[in-house]
Design a protein. Sequence first.
Length: 144
Amino acid sequence: MAKGSSPIPKRSLLIGRSSACDVVIDHPEVSGRHAILSITPDGVYEIQDIGSKNGIYVNGERVIKKALQEGDKVLLGSYELDWLTILKNPPASTGGSDSPTRVTRVPFQGKNVLRTVLFVIAAVVAVFLLLWFVVRPFMPGLAE
């Protein structure tokens, strides 16, 4: 292994609310794809946030990626994760979880794009109305 490169996990588990995850947690503050919990070839336990909304906290500190030690308290949002039990008794492999999980960026969903466009249009209309009815009467030469 090259110096400075990160070790490849020998076991990675995708954790989230989605049924496609290795470990499914049905909790409102857990994202569909929330985190990757892994054991490196060196035997180091790690957790990595993969773009979750409510984050990962280890012993009260928000982290993106963190090596874990026995006794560390891990929260996914407000859900306390029993990470050591999960790693000691991992779920059966369901097609590829024996290799590192590929972290990908989730594309925009149509609903989110439409909501954003409607919000921008509403904001522009609100600013126009504010300028037209509140500011315009006080501007010399613009008021009729």
